[in-house]
Design a protein around this ligand. Structure first.
Ligand code: PLP
Length: 410
């Protein structure tokens, strides 16, 4: 008999998006004429930048010739991409990250999910609430938690409340923890962390010997020049942080898949007898054992993000989505709805009007305006009473959605 990993049985069934899909399906079946606008799931809708397509196609052509064919690539990622990343994402911002500290992957979902494997089963984990669910579920799978309570919180995890009172910044842990996941710009709240806030986190981690797992998947959407794009802009972060970056939202790679993780050579954990251990070799060991690299054409396509044409096209993409965010923000503000985010991030986090619960508001929008968003409660207990709208739609659809919502008289 094959005994399964019992920890998987603690997982709350992938509740949020399947439940949204179920409710939308039910409504559509009963109302086939309804033209539903989806501002729920955080997938992009615009085509890939032309520079990426050209580079990817040329790379495929190389693979079709005997003299330029390549098989398995380096598991860490090709030098050309890692060097472009070090130069354009870090050095250009005055941040010293070496290409050898960059590990290319097929997504930040995998990286933020897999990173916990290289840490001890006894590590205490802190996550923000509301939270990108991958941070939580992968620790549940690894056996670092007990069961979930009625609010969905797992025993053994430390939840850092992010509420309106704190500007949706997660509270500092009140007890010792070993690893903290942070995500800025934030999914789902769309809020960002100032230099001062990030500095406090780095100081806290340094003081407490903790490691920050910093998810910067939405970094490209930062428009405020005072907001750091990388935690490594903060002195001391090289000794206490790992950063995750993705081309998914930046350049429309959600289907194409390319991302990277930065593990500074100066970051250390501790073994069972308290001796320091470098983290980078452990992550490389994990990746080289379980991952065979991102395909050559996709890494060439990612490299093209840093060409002059690529940079312009990405800027246009980001502006397109942020134009949508402004339409949503302006429209909701005119209706007197309390809104957060949507300025340096593609998500708008709104307080549900009339004290409706997140799911009551979801049903109201779906049935009365035929607009689909994401109930905040699906991201954690602190998300109750909030709702996420995504700016990753087509502008005419976004306009129409806002117009329909405005007619509800909320
Ligand atoms: N991190 C956050 C906060 C996200 O919202 C997402 C995707 O929605 C990811 C990571 C996953 O990114 P990727 O497509 O690179 O796996």
């Amino acid at each position: 008999m094959a005994h399964i990993n019992d920890h998987y049985l603690k997982l709350k069934a992938g509740y949020l998006f399947p439940e949204i899909a179920r409710r939308v399906r039910e409504f559509s079946t009963a109302n086939p004429a309804a033209k539903i606008i989806r501002l729920g799931i955080g997938d992009v809708t615009r085509p890939l930048p032309a520079a990426c397509i050209t580079a990817g196609k040329a790379a495929f052509d190389e693979l079709g010739e005997g003299k330029s064919f390549r098989g398995y690539g380096p598991e860490q990622g090709y030098d050309f991409l890692r060097e472009a990343i070090a130069e354009h994402d870090f050095k250009s911002r005055g941040v010293a990250i070496d290409a050898s500290e960059i590990v290319v992957s097929d997504g930040s979902k995998c990286d933020t999910g897999n990173i916990q494997e290289i840490f001890g089963a006894d590590c205490l984990i802190a996550v923000p609430d509301p939270v990108y669910p991958v941070y939580v579920d992968t620790n549940v799978m690894a056996g670092r938690t007990g069961q979930a309570d009625v609010s969905g919180r797992y025993a053994g995890l430390v939840y850092l409340n992010s509420t309106a009172e704190s500007g949706f910044l997660p509270a500092f842990p009140k007890r010792r923890v070993d690893l903290v996941y942070l995500c800025f710009p934030n999914n789902p709240t769309g809020c960002v962390a100032s230099r001062a806030v990030l500095t406090s986190w780095v100081e806290w981690a340094t003081r407490n010997g903790a490691i920050i797992l910093f998810d910067a998947a939405y970094e490209a959407f930062i428009s405020d020049p005072t907001i750091p794009h990388s935690i490594f802009e903060i002195p001391g972060a090289r000794e206490c942080a790992i950063e995750f970056r993705s081309y998914s939202k930046t350049a429309g790679f959600t289907g194409t898949r390319c991302a990277y993780t930065v593990v500074p050579k100066t970051l250390r954990g501790f073994d069972a007898v308290g001796s320091p251990v470098d983290i980078l070799p452990l992550w490389l060991r994990r990746q080289t054992t379980k991952f065979n690299g991102v395909s050559y054409p996709i890494q060439r396509a990612a490299e093209a993000c840093y060409s002059e044409a690529g940079k312009t096209q990405i800027k246009d993409l980001v502006q397109y989505y942020m134009g949508n965010a402004k339409i949503i923000r302006d429209g909701l503000a005119k209706m007197g709805i309390e809104i957060h985010g949507g300025v340096n991030a593609p998500y708008i986090w709104l307080k549900t009007p009339g004290n409706l619960s997140s799911w009551e508001f979801f049903d109201h929008l779906l049935t009365k305006a035929n607009v689909v968003g994401t109930p905040g409660a699906g991201f954690g207990a602190c998300g109750e009473g909030y709702f996420r709208l995504s700016a990753f739609g087509e502008t005419d659809q976004v306009r129409e959605a806002v117009e329909r919502i405005s007619k509800l008289g909320l």
